[in-house]
Design a protein around this ligand. Sequence first.
Ligand SMILES: NC(=O)c1ccc[n+]([C@@H]2O[C@H](COP(=O)([O-])OP(=O)(O)OC[C@H]3O[C@@H](n4cnc5c(N)ncnc54)[C@H](OP(=O)(O)O)[C@@H]3O)[C@@H](O)[C@H]2O)c1
Length: 310
Amino acid sequence: MNAWQSDDTRPIPGVFQNVVEQPVPNRGEVLIQVHAAGVTPSELQWYPTTHTNVGTNRRHAIPGHEFSGVVVAMGDGVDLKIGQEVFGMNDWYAEGATAEFCCTVPSAVAQKPARLTHVEAASIPIAALTAWQGLFDRARLQPGERVLIHGGSGAVGVIAVQLARWRGAQVITTASARNREFLLQLGASQVIDYRTEQFEDFSRGVDVVFDTVGGSMLSRSWNVLGPAGRLVTIAADGESTPDERTKQAFFIVEPNQHQLLEITGLLDSGHLRPIVDAVVPFDQAGAAYVGQNMPRRGHGRIVVAVIPED
Ligand SMILES: NC(=O)c1ccc[n+]([C@@H]2O[C@H](COP(=O)([O-])OP(=O)(O)OC[C@H]3O[C@@H](n4cnc5c(N)ncnc54)[C@H](OP(=O)(O)O)[C@@H]3O)[C@@H](O)[C@H]2O)c1
């Protein structure tokens, strides 16, 4: 099958297109024909891209661990139907979905939301599960609380803003000025331009900070928390920090079917909408990973259309 793989170069990895063996589902696994896959460029630098789950070197990993597609085969013990349309994310140590096929386990997928295209559905799993696990599982965001979301226009940010709003929180977010109107329409009550404004001037005493940016945006954020304030960060520098407080605040998203089903409900009811930044044909997926110029809306997720949509 055709696939894109990490070229493992350092410090900045790229990707190359290759023909690799089509995976065969083992017992308890399902084979998906990928229609669309989400792009998380920073994934190429993450530990599971370069290491196996037992710590040995990993070479030429296939990136893109969220997808929408169709069930085409399964191992014993799997209760899905051939032809069923599903979306989901798979384990970071497994081969990803920037390929014609990918293998996963049934508990990592759910029925594709009927009103979404495959491209739209592929933009959802990682962002929505990350936002859900950060805002609700870790920060325990409550209705009426104030949350500061750093990077509200990013792939994770656009979903975090919507989920926090749906939960009944008041959302303050940082983004570029060009995204201000868009984020106000999405549900933010205040948008702070991080290039010209100091978020500290507008967000003292917040209940929760949800950080997708890291660096000084993260380190400065401890000071704006109220007395019972909670901070979570997903930014990559949280993984290797020596700072104990930041280490505790950092987490990595995990597949969760129960949450994916709740998210599907919100998509079906229109409480949550997918935000696709750009759609890239399969042959040009490499451009999306190396940040090459391409026509973009400037907010949300870049998605690879493995099978072109009509
Ligand atoms: N730990 C996990 O489980 C997990 C899961 C998913 C992603 N991640 C990580 O989370 C981070 C964000 O991912 P993403 O996919 O959402 O990224 P993304 O789509 O590239 O978005 C990043 C956004 O950050 C904004 N931004 C840049 N500098 C900023 C600053 N100083 N202050 C506020 N906003 C700023 C940009 O907004 P403008 O365009 O408006 O300037 C951009 O939209 C990445 O580091 C990724 O690796 C981690």
